[in-house]
Design a protein around this ligand. Structure first.
Ligand code: BTN
Length: 315
């Protein structure tokens, strides 16, 4: 029914009922349930029902058909849900998997996870929520710089869609014009010395309204301010870029990406604070493993993890 109404036009209750072999009352009840997903269905006597503005739903076959043969061949599983609690959680809960890459995307998340225990706002059919699960071999060093590389993959995916100017805020936020466009959450399970089960989750704002984003505690931007793109095309570009970049990362590590990171580094040259003032100084780029270098009053300090705030332009 959602698919049918996604065109934003009026459809009568009897037309929808006929299509799905249900009564008009059943149609009315089912459409009422959409409110639970935050989808407002307008009903008009004599005209029927419509979703104002329509919906840009995910199209699994369109996504798969725009992937390159090499990337497609590496995908063991590609799941598209109407709703899940969290695409990262879903992959983390089913780690013993066969095959190279496992992908999950969804129209909405009921418990989207952000970094540092925050909630990731995940309204229905508005944004992109995508997780990829895979295995990395090696000890802790095999993970060095992975989250930065994931950020680069989003910048590349946007570039391939004609969206230039995205910048990376260490370790892996994607910002445009001083506002956050996308975030990445890397989660791990592993044998610490031999191999890691990795889940990289990307959340990217596409059509999020001011109202949807009311609870977000930092400046944010949605992609529709910059370009008009279908969510399926965005997902396809992100899958293509994630799989290709992880393949490169497995072979060459972070050093192969350091220059590219520096080209998009948002905070280099800015005065920054890490973990609310624990360390403060001037950001001077990243080292060979992706750690943040900060020039402080007591010399150069290297930071492996933390929350960075930048003054005075970006917070
Ligand atoms: C951040 O706080 O910046 C990271 C946000 C990561 C959100 C994505 S949405 C898809 C995946 N599933 C989740 O629950 N979180 C990540």
């Amino acid at each position: 029914m959602l698919q049918h109404l996604s065109d934003g036009k009026f459809h009568s209750g009897s037309e929808i009922g006929r299509l799905f072999s249900v009564s008009r009352t059943a149609v009315w009840k089912a459409l009422g349930k959409l409110e639970e997903f935050g989808v407002a269905v307008e009903s008009h006597k004599g005209k029927g029902y419509r979703i104002l503005g329509g919906l840009d739903l995910l199209d699994r076959s369109a996504i798969l058909s725009s992937l390159s043969a090499d990337v497609k061949a590496r995908i063991a599983e590609f799941l598209v849900f109407p709703a899940v609690d969290s695409t990262n959680k879903l992959l983390m809960d089913s780690m013993a998997r066969q095959g190279e890459y496992h992908l999950v995307t969804t129209e909405m998340q009921t418990a989207g996870r952000g970094r540092r225990g925050k909630v990731w706002v995940s309204p229905f059919a508005k944004n992109v929520y995508l997780s990829i699960g895979f295995e990395l071999h090696g000890g802790p060093e095999a993970l060095s710089g992975l989250s930065l590389v994931a950020g680069i993959s989003v910048v590349r995916a946007l570039g391939a869609l004609g969206v230039e100017g995205a910048q990376l805020k260490w370790p892996n936020d994607i910002w445009v014009d001083g506002r956050k466009l996308a975030g990445i959450l890397v989660e791990l399970q592993g044998e610490a010395t031999t191999s890691w089960q990795v889940v990289v989750g990307v959340g990217l704002n596409v059509k999020m309204s001011e109202r949807d984003g009311e609870g977000i505690d930092q400046p944010w931007v949605a992609l529709d301010e910059l370009a008009s793109l279908r969510r399926s095309d965005i997902v396809a570009s992100m899958v293509e870029s994630l799989v290709s970049i992880i393949e490169q990362f497995k072979r060459f590590g972070f050093s192969a990406f350091r220059e590219e990171w520096e080209r998009h580094d948002l905070i280099c040259g800015n005065d920054v604070q890490v973990n609310e003032g624990e360390i403060s100084g001037r950001a001077i780029g990243v080292d060979a493993v992706g750690a943040l270098k900060i020039d402080t009053s007591s010399g150069c300090v290297v930071v492996n993890a933390g929350e960075v705030s930048v003054r005075p332009n970006v917070s």
